[in-house]
Write a protein that binds this ligand. Structure first.
Ligand SMILES: Cc1ncc(COP(=O)(O)O)c(C=O)c1O
Length: 382
């Protein structure tokens, strides 16, 4: 199969009307929000086209999404933990996180996050009235168990209910947590009485050399929750749907979530996600091969044009976390790349402690666009 990331020229991409293409003037190359520059997988297009022809545009319901994720999880990850009695359709991953946190914590309770982390974690937790407690990743972008122990202690102080919103794989660093790390997390969480909610939206995007381990598959994770979706890996963020999956000891709590929450998902989203999970494996493999190429190309381009930037190629995702502090462009280098280089990255500061002086680059694009973008960034340095 051809590289889906090479198929669309810039002039076609610019016809898109989604956030990636709408937020900046037409002379800016957008490599920011997590949308991919790919045409949709054939099976997804066919499933959507058939649904539209049927007028099959009512509310989302039924067992197909859970069954499709179950089949995908068994095949890709050798995991048999997705069961209908422990899963629920939710509108999307972030709203699923919010609904799960409502089941296990109350107003004013703390939720621990590993900063720097996906900015909506802060936005949604604050909007929900939860206190955010930061446990920074270590210098190698891995979970720092001592920092987590400390954060769990603070979060659960006084016997309060507390949760840990784990990002697995981690956005923005692309860290893939190992089975050993996750088992240590589960043990620590149990010791402190902290409930783990794993955002595993990037799980299908683990690149060659790393292996995804579902949090709920590790010992001690029976009381945990996971949020999964086809949205990131198949470029379906605009046709929303996701699944909340509970560990065996948390199924009763998930059952308390009103079934109406699932009506917030798009039925067309469910149709598309099911087709992706059941029939989009070859397409996903082609995307992963393309991303593997781009993460290496980005290393070459940075070494040539911007050697001061520190970049550790991610183990998963299409996101590159760039440490730009040695460029001397201040706390928000993305603002300078935009203004002087006409390239839009995501600024690091909203990612929390550790984000200043950093920028996140989305390399899910063609070699040409990525090359052009790094040239633009280099031109911004003067
Ligand atoms: C870690 C993480 N969680 C959640 C989301 C958003 O997912 P959704 O649109 O399903 O809420 C993203 C999007 O990039 C993400 O990176």
């Amino acid at each position: 199969m051809n590289d889906p990331l090479s198929e669309l020229p810039l002039e076609k991409l610019r016809l898109r009307t989604s956030a990636k293409w709408r937020s900046y003037p037409p002379d800016v190359l957008p490599l920011w929000v997590a949308e991919m520059d790919v045409p949709l997988a054939g099976p997804v297009v066919r499933a959507l086209t058939k649904a539209l022809a049927r007028g099959d545009t009512g509310y989302a319901m039924g067992p197909e999404y859970v069954a499709a994720l179950d089949a995908f999880a068994r095949k890709r990850w050798g995991w048999d933990g997705v069961a209908p009695e422990r899963a629920a359709i939710v509108p999307d991953v972030m709203l699923g996180v919010v609904e799960v946190l409502k089941l296990i914590t109350g107003p004013g309770d703390a939720v621990v996050v590993n900063c720097p982390v996906y900015p909506p974690f802060y936005a949604f937790l604050e909007h929900l009235g939860r206190r955010v407690v930061e446990a920074p990743l270590d210098a190698g972008h891995r979970i720092d168990q001592a920092a987590l122990d400390d954060a769990f202690g603070r979060a659960a102080a006084g016997g309060r209910r507390a949760a840990y919103l784990l990002c697995s794989p981690h956005n923005p660093t692309g860290t893939v947590h190992t089975a050993r790390e996750l088992a240590a997390v589960a043990e620590l969480a149990e010791a402190h009485g902290v409930r783990v909610v794993a955002d595993e939206i990037h799980a299908p995007l683990v690149l060659p050399g790393a292996e995804f381990v579902p949090f709920l598959s590790v010992p001690g994770a029976e009381r945990g929750f996971s949020l999964l979706s086809a949205s990131k890996a198949w470029h379906l963020a605009g046709i929303k749907a996701a699944l909340a999956v509970a560990g065996p000891a948390a199924a009763g709590e998930l059952a308390r979530m009103p079934v109406e929450v699932g009506h917030g998902a798009s039925h067309l989203g469910v149709v598309a996600h099911v087709a992706a999970l059941l029939h989009g494996g070859d397409w996903l493999d082609a995307v992963l091969a393309g991303l593997d190429d781009r993460r290496r190309l980005l290393a070459e381009l940075l070494a040539r044009h911007l050697p001061e930037v520190r970049y550790v190629p991610p183990e998963a995702t299409y996101l590159a976390w760039l440490d730009c502090r040695r460029l001397g462009l201040g706390d928000d280098p993305a603002a300078v790349f935009l203004e002087r280089g006409r390239v839009a990255l995501t600024g690091g500061m909203p990612f929390g402690t550790g984000g200043a002086g950093h920028a996140r680059l989305n390399f899910a694009t063609s070699r040409e666009i990525l090359t052009e973008a790094v040239r633009g960034m280099a031109a911004a340095r003067r």
